[in-house]
Design a protein around this ligand. Structure first.
Ligand code: 3PG
Length: 213
């Protein structure tokens, strides 16, 4: 049977192997950042809802850079999902999953699918019960890294993961080589110092390397 959430994530993130997890402090950085990533071959980005500028940044990218697939991260409540959708996000990412969030997200599997965070076999089983088959594995390195993800894939065949948390240019390729990994995410593509300095060429250079992984 086809899984609605997996179908929607696979459609929205088709061809996306690397996902920048971005913290934007200044909404004026939104468009130049999106352009820098696009120029580097990165076509989807997650803007974390950790700053006051985040929602405005998402809205600007959704409106003016339709070629960028824009989602939000750090979704911890149904309200976070609702305001993300209002801003134009087409997917969401959460660090974990609660009953309340799972029920709210199930209403939007088709129009704004949520990628919920999981770290253990029980987390994954619970997410499957709620109808999620595309999951985030977080915090990837701290929760056991590549060996843990490989082990989860033994008994749990259906889900595919996007690991985030502690990924680097050095270890991302190892995650991407696993058969139950569809995408690898992290903040390494948009370092805080380069963001602060508006070093868009520097970010394009990192993006090019990441897109080649
Ligand atoms: C996060 O939610 O912060 C992401 O998982 C990114 O983690 P990283 O900064 O270790 O890449």
């Amino acid at each position: 049977m086809t899984n609605r959430q997996a179908t929607a994530i696979d459609r929205v993130l088709a061809g996306v192997r690397v996902m920048p997890v971005v913290v934007i402090h200044d909404a004026d950085h939104a468009l130049p950042l999106a352009d820098a990533l696009l120029e580097g071959g990165i076509k989807a980005m997650e803007v974390t809802l950790r700053t006051d500028a985040a929602i405005d940044a998402v809205a600007r990218i959704a409106k003016d850079r339709p070629e960028m697939t824009i989602g939000t991260g750090t979704i911890i409540s149904p309200d976070d999902l609702a305001r993300s959708m209002d801003a134009g996000a087409v997917f969401g990412v959460s660090p974990g999953l609660t009953d309340m969030l799972a029920k709210a997200a199930a209403l939007h599997f088709d129009d704004c699918p949520l990628l919920p965070g999981t770290a253990t076999a029980s987390d994954v089983m619970r997410a499957l019960e709620y109808g999620f088959e595309r999951l985030k594995f977080f915090p990837a390195e701290a929760a056991g890294g590549v060996p843990m993800l490989k082990s989860l894939g033994g008994p749990l065949l259906a889900p595919k993961f996007c690991p985030t948390g502690g990924l680097t240019p050095e270890n991302a390729g190892k995650y991407l080589s696993l058969s139950n990994v569809f995408c690898a995410g992290g903040s390494w593509l948009t370092p805080a110092d380069k963001m602060k300095a508006g070093d868009w060429a520097g970010i394009t250079a990192i993006a090019k390397d990441a897109a080649a992984l």
